[in-house]
Design a protein. Structure first.
Length: 170
C-alpha cells in the first residue's frame, strides 16, 4: 500500500447561520487559524462487576468537537474570529472546515455550539496572542472525502455484510 501524506497549509473555516448559508458565508476565516481539528471522543459504558467477573467497558456513542486555535484578532475590521466567537457564544451555527482549500475534496460540515476564545497572552517577548476554543458538534459532522475513498468504504461494507450473512446462515 502506498503512503499518503496530507500537509495542510491553506485552511478555510466557514461559519453560517444555516447549512445552506455555508455556500455564501461571509464569515470565512483562513489566515488567523493556527490549528483546526475535528476530534472524536468515545463514551464508554461500564458493566459493573459481578460475583463471576470484574467490571468491563464497552464503547458507546461518539461525540465530536471542532478544536480551534487562532491568532487573536480583536482589532481586525469587524472584530475578526475573536469577536465573532464572543458575540455568538452559546449559539448554534453551521461550520465547514476544509483543512486545505487547495484540496476541497477533503473536509467536514456540521452544526456546532459556538464558544469564545480568550484575550491576552505572554507579555514582553514579542509573541502573538492566541485563543483556543472547543466548539462541540450537535450530532455527527458529515465528512467529505474523495470518491475513491467512498468506493473503497462501500466495498468494505459489502464484504462485512456478506461475512455477517454467512455467519447468520443466510
Amino acid at each position: 500500500m502506498t503512503q499518503t501524506l496530507m500537509v495542510y497549509t491553506n485552511p478555510q473555516l466557514r461559519v453560517a447561520d444555516t447549512e445552506a448559508g455555508l455556500a455564501t458565508a461571509t464569515e470565512t476565516y483562513e489566515c488567523q487559524i493556527n490549528s483546526a481539528r475535528i476530534d472524536p471522543t468515545t463514551a464508554y459504558n461500564t458493566v459493573p462487576a459481578t460475583g463471576c467477573s470484574g467490571p468491563t467497558q464497552s464503547p458507546g456513542g461518539t461525540s465530536w468537537a471542532l478544536n480551534l486555535t487562532w491568532l487573536d484578532d480583536w482589532a481586525a475590521p469587524g472584530g475578526g474570529l475573536s469577536f465573532y466567537a464572543y458575540s455568538n457564544r452559546g449559539q448554534r451555527k453551521w461550520v465547514q472546515l476544509i483543512p486545505d482549500k487547495d484540496d476541497p475534496t477533503v473536509g467536514a460540515t456540521g452544526e456546532v455550539f459556538i464558544a469564545p476564545g480568550g484575550i491576552g497572552g505572554v507579555f514582553g517577548d514579542g509573541s502573538a496572542g492566541q485563543s483556543t476554543a472547543t466548539w462541540p458538534f450537535i450530532g455527527d459532522p458529515a465528512f467529505d472525502v474523495p470518491a475513491v475513498a467512498l468506493a473503497a468504504t462501500a466495498g468494505e461494507d459489502l464484504e462485512r455484510a456478506d461475512d455477517d450473512a454467512q455467519l447468520i446462515g443466510a
